[in-house]
Design a protein around this ligand. Structure first.
Ligand SMILES: Cc1cc2nc3c(=O)[nH]c(=O)nc-3n(C[C@H](O)[C@H](O)[C@H](O)COP(=O)(O)OP(=O)(O)OC[C@H]3O[C@@H](n4cnc5c(N)ncnc54)[C@H](O)[C@@H]3O)c2cc1C
Length: 369
């Protein structure tokens, strides 16, 4: 029997990938919350990233580029609402232009297609009220999805396969790696393969399974506000933070895209997310504490006339950043220990990368049998 722990997009795609093997054993996806996607998968920007922002050769770059194409295939197959609208990247000032150029080169080296230098005039045709930026890039393969529908559709798809089951609420509370038994809130279950897709809690599951390495997950909160009066239709981002001077030395910035404006598939215009480092113990602290003035200030970098009274608190999500031996790691990690596969540090762009991570879990599972 295969057990996948965690009903976010990574667990769903891992379980689906395993279910596509002919004659697979029974597969159980266990989620401890009342519904799937209650944590990071349901609390993000819903952006299908192109993959230009991550270090060349990193798993984030590889699986984001692969996952981008696979995600659109899944969205089509499952008839989930999305828009392949592309993404504008802007330099606010002339000193940010070299970072914008570095982003373009990085994207090319990572295999991102259809990303190019653009002009302010092109952007202004679509968004005439935006500020006069010092530089503009357009990434055509970026898009927006309805993540709640995506999670429900993946759940339905997996649960409809032969010998595939989803159980929730069902928390894994202990693991005996010698007897191959997981203890759950619904009783013990045995396994021949265990896949840990615990997101923010993947380090705790790893330790439960007697993992000896010093893997720890630290939450980094991202808060969003809705700009009710905003008319922006396009997805507009600043230069990724790691390309700004000194940014490459701070691994915590690898996935830091900065506060941006995006209109979700549902129609709301969001400003966010912030990036605030929380304490190790605050994995489920989703409180909204950033003053609206800060969002108004950030949004004003793109467009004038953002008023605090027009901003509405929305939601927060916590990025599960991996630390190894106390140091920020900055990439995804898949650790294989015996018949266990652990996905760790799946922060952004994990939504986009999830189908590619699922394929990697499948590949690794074949090396174990
Ligand atoms: C602010 C923010 C913005 C982001 N924006 C984007 C974006 O625009 N595009 C993008 O590609 N990515 C984005 N991401 C990243 C993306 O959301 C995550 O990488 C992805 O959702 C991680 O999915 P997951 O399945 O690993 O984790 P989760 O969704 O957290 O799922 C893990 C699940 O495991 C369950 N679990 C844990 N322990 C146990 C246990 N012991 N027993 C049973 N169940 C357990 C949890 O309850 C949880 O449901 C963003 C993240 C944040 C926080």
């Amino acid at each position: 029997m295969y057990i996948v722990i965690g009903g976010g997009v990574v667990g769903l795609h891992a379980a689906i990938a395993l279910s596509q093997q002919p004659n697979h054993p029974e597969i159980f996806l266990l989620e401890r919350e009342q519904y799937l996607g209650d944590h990071t998968s349901g609390r993000n920007s819903e952006v299908i990233h192109a993959g230009f922002a991550y270090p060349i050769g990193s798993l984030k770059a590889k699986w984001c580029v692969e996952g981008n194409a696979l995600t659109y295939e899944w969205l089509d197959k499952l008839q989930v609402p999305y828009k392949k609208c592309g993404k504008w990247l802007v330099a606010f000032t002339p000193d940010e232009v070299p970072a914008l150029e570095a982003t373009l080169k990085n994207g090319e080296a990572c295999g991102v297609r259809e990303m190019r230098e653009a002009t302010l005039a092109e952007l202004k045709v679509k968004e005439p009220e935006m500020n006069d930026f010092a530089g503009v890039i357009f990434a055509k393969t970026s898009g927006m999805m309805d993540v709640a529908s995506y999670i429900r559709a993946l759940e339905r798809y997996f649960a409809a396969q032969e010998n595939c089951h989803i159980i929730y609420p069902c928390g894994v509370t202990g693991i005996d790696p010698v007897k191959n038994i997981v203890e759950t809130t619904r009783g013990p279950m045995d396994y021949s393969l265990l896949v840990n897709c615990g997101g923010l809690f993947a380090d705790e599951v790893y330790k439960m399974a007697s993992g000896k390495k010093d893997y720890r997950i630290k939450p980094f909160k991202g808060e969003y506000m809705i700009w009710r009066k905003g008319k922006i239709q396009e997805v507009v981002y600043p230069v990724p933070r790691r390309f700004l001077p000194g940014g490459d030395k701070d691994k915590r910035l690898v996935s830091s895209m900065g506060i941006h404006l995006h209109r979700g598939v549902g129609g709301d215009l969001y400003v966010g997310p912030t990036q605030v480092e929380l304490d190790w113990s605050q994995k489920t602290d989703y409180s909204l504490t950033t003053p609206p003035e800060e969002f108004a200030r950030e949004a004003s970098l793109y467009i004038q006339g953002v008023k605090v009274e027009d901003l509405q608190q929305a939601y927060a999500g916590n990025r599960p950043k991996l630390y190894i031996d106390g140091k920020s790691y900055g990439d995804f990690l898949i650790a294989v220990e015996g018949n266990q596969i652990h996905t760790l540090g799946t922060d952004s762009p994990g939504l986009t990368a999830s189908p590619a991570i699922g394929q990697e879990v499948l590949r690794l599972s074949k090396t174990l049998s």
